[in-house]
Design a protein around this ligand. Structure first.
Ligand SMILES: C[S@@+](CC[C@H](N)C(=O)[O-])C[C@H]1O[C@@H](n2cnc3c(N)ncnc32)[C@H](O)[C@@H]1O
Length: 259
């Protein structure tokens, strides 16, 4: 056992509430060793001493351990399935939708949802709760400002309708923003709401241990209303959805069973 790293995990947990042991060890350790070495510390214990006393180093650490890459319409064919198959079914059951974008990073995912839902007929109202562990990405998301490259995959009509052109990029319009509430939340330890019609959690579970994933599937299942749907990332299939009262509706979409 690597006592140096074990001690570091414990210290980080006490300082931030983030439990590194719930993330796949080899991957996480490799990233953190690279960071530690960049800062010229030989051990995690020395690295922690400095990190605990230096805000910039803490921010750098959080930035490195959370991988924040996101895109509008990430994996477009999945969003088509949402639009064409899942939403019409959800809307047969309710006209007002309560949605959670879990681990939303810099906001591309909840704003994609907001665009899609704004254009779906038959919706009387919708709200999107968008959560992430990292306050920095949430600030970016709330601001809603994106460089040209980040919006290149947004369909042209939608770009015109929902963004205003700025000098170097685009800003999301208030009509999209008004449906989205951003909130800091650790998926692995904080409580969450309930009665969601749709939970979108993509490209984060891949970093978690099997044990952490199991606990999260249970959490999501409880947070969904019966008939509600969990939408996961394109490498994040759930192998035994029935264990969590879920059933496969389409690949990467899991419907909560009726009681
Ligand atoms: C790769 S991004 C995914 C963004 C978006 N869902 C997408 O698919 O494009 C992963 C996000 O998960 C967040 N994250 C990592 N661990 C988390 C945790 N325990 N609780 C909440 N968010 C977490 C990171 O801060 C990061 O913003």
């Amino acid at each position: 056992m690597d006592l140096d790293y074990e001690g570091f995990k414990k210290n980080i947990w006490q300082m931030t509430g983030i439990d590194l042991s719930k993330y796949k060890e080899a991957q996480m350790k490799r990233r953190l060793i690279a960071l530690r070495e960049k800062r010229s510390f030989r051990t995690f214990s020395d690295y922690y001493q400095s990190l605990s006393a230096d805000k910039n180093m803490r921010e750098e650490f959080l930035d490195r351990m959370t991988i924040n890459v996101s895109e509008f319409y990430r994996n477009p064919s999945r969003w088509e399935v949402l639009e064409q198959k899942i939403l019409p079914r959800l809307l047969e059951e309710r006209s007002s939708l309560k949605v959670w974008s879990a681990a939303c990073s810099t906001g591309e995912e909840p704003y994609t949802l907001s665009m899609i839902l704004s254009e779906t007929s038959g919706i009387s109202n919708f709200s999107i709760l968008a959560t992430d562990l990292d306050e920095h990405v949430l600030e970016h998301a709330k601001n809603g400002y994106y460089l040209e490259k980040a919006v290149q995959d947004v369909p042209l009509l939608k770009k015109k309708r929902y963004f205003s052109k700025q000098e170097l990029g685009y800003r999301v319009c208030d009509d999209l923003k008004k449906h989205v509430a951003f909130k800091k939340q650790n998926l692995l330890s904080d409580s969450c709401g309930n009665d969601f019609d749709l939970i979108v959690c993509r490209n984060v579970m891949i970093y978690f241990t099997e044990e952490a994933k199991t606990a999260l599937y249970e959490k999501f299942s409880k947070a969904l209303r019966p008939g509600g749907t969990l939408f996961v990332g394109s490498t994040e299939q759930i192998f035994n959805p029935g264990l969590y009262a879920l059933e496969t509706e389409e690949p990467f979409f899991y419907r909560k069973k009726e009681k």
